[in-house]
Design a protein. Structure first.
Ligand code: ASP
Ligand code: MG
Length: 307
């Protein structure tokens, strides 16, 4: 079992989704796969921007139109007509469901739980689109809301995960999964004991993917991104940033916790706990070796993991 996480840029363009499909088709020849996806690039930023605006400044209709257009343009680039018609209907239905959240936003200063429900919209719209694109390409796939899997406390915005309830919920879910289907799970979100949506902090999809990998006892987590692996600093901002080929999990955990590697500070915790290697790979250059983050004493070669 392999968990594959695709970030916002990897699911945010037609080229990204096309390579995701190829990667999944190749991967499922050898492994059972579970996908974890972020919101399409720019979507969580837009949602967070509306939350930061003065309440009255948010026009719910304009916000809904923005979300519709962002997803519809991408869907038009990746789905053939019958699948596109189905996704359009689904998108309209989902947006009708979320419209009251955006209306509440414009009416009052958002409460912490309303904020998380709004932030979670991005992943809730992206996972069904990725699942539709996979099905249209002949891969049986279904989206799965992580609120049913990842149990957290009620610290909205930076919810703390209850790993034992999560493990049980994931095990129950796994028992109901068909072995050849590919579930596409929303990253970033969970739910508290009352079923209220929570989020794990910005960039939380990496953490979600690691939690699922641990709960599923996956042998590998692959993190697919738009850069060629992990760097010593953010290559977009720092010209001295160096690519990293291989790293030990505890070192990566320490680096991420201190704000390095461009990953959620807790993303490595489940991997360390479960002794699960992470392979960071580039959606635009899938044959490159990327970065391997391995448990101490791990000897398996990158090439055997890359297949
Ligand atoms: N979409 C969320 C964010 O942008 C989670 C993630 O991308 O990991 O923060
Ligand atoms: Mg994102």
């Amino acid at each position: 079992m392999k968990v594959l996480k695709f970030g916002g840029t990897s699911v945010g363009s037609a080229e990204g989704v096309a390579s995701l499909i190829t990667i999944v088709k190749t991967g499922r020849q050898h492994h059972q796969l579970v996908l974890v996806v972020s919101a399409l690039s720019g979507v969580t930023d837009a949602l967070a921007g509306w939350l930061a605006d003065a309440p009255a400044a948010v026009d719910p209709d304009a916000a809904l139109r923005h979300l519709y257009t962002r997803h519809h343009v991408l869907a038009s680039g990746v789905l053939r007509r019958p699948a596109l018609r189905r996704y359009e209907a689904q998108l309209q239905e989902m947006l009708a469901q979320y419209a009251p959240l955006l209306t509440q936003l414009s009416a009052r200063c958002p409460s912490a739980d309303l904020r998380d429900a709004v932030l979670a919209i991005g992943e809730r719209l992206s996972a069904p689109l990725v699942a539709a694109a996979l099905r249209d390409a002949g891969v049986p796939a279904a989206s799965q809301d992580a609120a049913a899997l990842v149990r957290t406390d009620s610290s909205f915005g930076h919810a703390v995960v209850d790993t034992s309830v999560t493990r049980q919920q994931v095990a129950d879910w796994r028992a109901r999964l068909s072995s050849d289907g590919v579930p596409v799970v929303t990253g970033f979100i969970g739910a508290d004991a009352e079923g209220r949506t929570t989020t794990l902090g910005r960039g939380g999809s990496d953490y979600s993917a690691a939690l699922l990998a641990q709960a599923l006892d996956a042998h590998l987590l692959e993190r697919w991104t738009d850069v060629r692996g992990l760097y010593t600093a953010d290559p977009a901002q720092d010209t001295t940033a160096q690519p990293i080929q291989q790293l030990d999990l505890p070192d990566a955990q320490a680096l991420a916790r201190s704000g390095h590697l461009g990953m959620h500070p807790q993303a490595f915790d489940p991997l360390v706990a479960g002794n699960i290697p992470l392979h960071v790979r580039c959606t635009r250059a899938p044959t490159e070796t990327g970065t391997l983050v391995v448990p101490v004493g791990f000897t398996q070669r990158i090439t055997s993991l890359a297949s």
